[in-house]
Design a protein around this ligand. Structure first.
Ligand code: ZN
Length: 167
């Protein structure tokens, strides 16, 4: 059972980490990156930090959360961030939220939200609206399926592989 004191100290450390993520985000702007910062913490310690590096590295998926989670996996030598908290200066976009699910992060904590990001000219809210309110047929990007007879061959090979590492 979690005691009230434990919960209070968790909240206090998460608040401090969130302040750190906001400082990382502000620092990112000063360094020519996007205004986003994130970190991954485990067992009360910061494992890795990250900032937005989209324009710096010509990588459209180098969001702060992705950068922090990649660095955390390297630091922990694993592909699973089970038991970790992702702390981010802004609400994760749908991609980063999915990435956090894939990484098996326990918990996500953020400060600014998608509406704050929209004011600054970022598409987070627009993409959320696409996922939540519009069928894919109405998206500006077409997503099309070709039904090929061998479409499940990679999965068949995967399931037949006895030494596969499930993730
Ligand atoms: Zn993102």
């Amino acid at each position: 059972m979690t005691t009230h004191t434990q919960e209070t100290s968790v909240q206090e450390s998460e608040r401090a980490w969130l302040e750190q993520a906001i400082r990382l985000a502000a620092g990112s702007v000063a360094d020519g990156g996007g205004p986003f910062g994130a970190l991954v913490a485990k067992d009360g310690e910061v494992v890795a930090i990250g900032n937005n590096q989209v324009t710096a590295t010509l990588d459209p998926v180098a969001h702060a959360e992705v950068s922090a989670m990649r660095a955390a996996c390297k630091a922990l030598d694993t592909f699973s961030l089970e038991g970790c908290v992702l702390i981010t200066s802004c609400e994760p976009c749908p991609m980063c939220l999915s990435a956090a699910l894939w990484a098996r992060v326990d918990r996500v904590v953020y400060a600014a939200d998608r509406h704050d990001a929209a004011v600054a000219g970022f598409d987070d809210r627009k993409f959320y609206d696409l996922f939540e309110k519009k069928p894919a047929s109405m998206w500006p990007m077409s997503v099309h399926r070709l039904d090929l007879p061998n479409r499940t061959a990679p999965f068949d090979a995967w399931l037949a592989k006895s030494d596969r590492i499930d993730y």
